[in-house]
Write a protein that binds this ligand. Structure first.
Ligand SMILES: Cc1cc2nc3c(=O)[nH]c(=O)nc-3n(C[C@H](O)[C@H](O)[C@H](O)COP(=O)(O)O)c2cc1C
Length: 345
């Protein structure tokens, strides 16, 4: 069968085997309630996709200070833990597995989300552009974080991981992609620090390694999402590749569950030879999740030729709650349309 590679089970660790290679990509739907709690509709949305080998939740705020969009769900209060417990229970009842994606937006935010305070970032480098879902508000200049604030963020990631465990998640994914806070440290455009947290590959990666260490104290299965080519919310700098070369090699020693490509289009080749996943694979030797524009055919090929072990599917899973069954039985897929974002099905 053409798509057979997608339906092979995959052993993520001694304790955790995924029933197939199709991963639900993290997709924030901005549909939490005003307390950032997940709703009943979100429970049905996730529970209905438990036939994927692994669900990665939408990005969850690790603190109030992490917010950058309206109604994004959170995992920093006991109430959030209780809310997510209902969802993880349902996913498990349906024989699924689910990781929580842990997230801080950094400078991709605005004082309207932060009780009037400036967003935090590695350096005071403004983000240009309009804040989505607002009446023409512009992003601004973030506040350069102090050393103490960096330490606080590391602790908040660790606390969020402990909460995710308590909420019944099977693991966590650290969101270090797409131009959000951790990614801002990994790129020269946004990290202009001259202290221990900037100025060299080692220093720029320091926060990510400290977050990984701290998170691992609280939960066993930890993945990391990266978008090394800096394509979203960031300007590219030729030196960025040296940072990702350094960091991907060091990630080999971190005993991670996986590294996950954080792209909308994996074949985007502005600064690399092959796909972003192929670049990651050339330096990182553990489990890899490919993502960005894949379908069942290209996903099967990526697995077959050894570029990735798992393939994350995003938009097609919004359009097709029954994606796995449709692929298995070769039924036609409903085509994704951005209009579908207005509703959870
Ligand atoms: C509505 C929407 C929300 C997203 N939210 C997140 C998110 O919370 N965290 C994240 O890492 N990526 C997020 N992404 C990116 C996806 O995880 C994925 O990389 C992207 O959709 C490309 O995969 P696809 O071509 O299969 O859709 C989002 C994408 C979409 C369309």
């Amino acid at each position: 069968m053409k798509y057979a590679p997608l339906f092979e089970p995959y052993k993520l660790s001694e304790q955790l085997t995924l029933k197939n290679r199709i991963v639900m990509a993290p997709m924030n739907r901005s549909m939490a309630d005003e307390e950032f709690l997940p709703t009943a509709a979100m429970m049905n949305y996730y529970a209905g996709r438990a036939d994927t080998g692994l669900i990665i939740s939408e990005s969850l705020m690790i603190s109030q200070n992490a917010q950058g969009y309206p109604n994004t769900p959170a995992i920093y209060l006991a109430e959030h833990v209780a809310g997510w417990r209902k969802i993880t229970d349902k996913v498990h009842e349906n024989d699924g597995k689910i990781f929580a994606q842990l997230w801080h937006t950094g400078r991709v935010s605005h004082p309207i989300y932060l009780a009037g305070q400036q967003p935090w970032a590695p350096s005071a480098v403004p983000l240009e552009g309009r804040v989505p879902r607002t009446d023409n508000l512009q992003y601004g200049i973030p506040k350069e974080m102090t050393e103490q604030e960096i330490k606080l963020i590391i602790t908040e990631f660790a606390n969020a991981a402990a909460n995710a465990k308590e909420a019944g998640f099977d693991g966590v994914e650290i969101h270090a992609a797409n131009g959000y806070l951790l990614d801002q440290f990994l790129h020269w455009d946004t990290n202009r620090r001259t202290d221990a947290w900037g100025g060299s590959e080692e220093n720029m990666s320091r926060i990510l390694f400290e977050v990984i260490d701290a998170v691992k104290q609280n939960i066993t299965h930890v993945g990391v999402r990266l978008s090394p080519v800096a394509y979203l919310n960031l300007k590219h700098d030729e030196r960025d590749i040296l940072v990702s070369n350094y960091l991907l090699q060091r990630l080999n020693d971190c005993n991670l569950s996986y590294v996950h490509t954080g792209m909308f289009e994996d074949t985007y080749q502005a600064h690399l030879q092959g796909s972003v996943t192929q670049y990651i694979k050339s330096l990182y030797h553990g489990t890899i999740i490919a993502c960005g524009g894949y379908n069942a055919e290209s996903g099967s090929i990526a697995i077959n030729q050894g570029d990735a072990n798992l393939v994350a599917i995003g938009r097609p899973l919004i359009a097709n709650p029954d994606y796995v069954e449709k692929i298995r039985t070769k039924k036609p897929l409903t085509v994704y349309d951005a209009e579908m974002l207005n509703q959870l099905i």
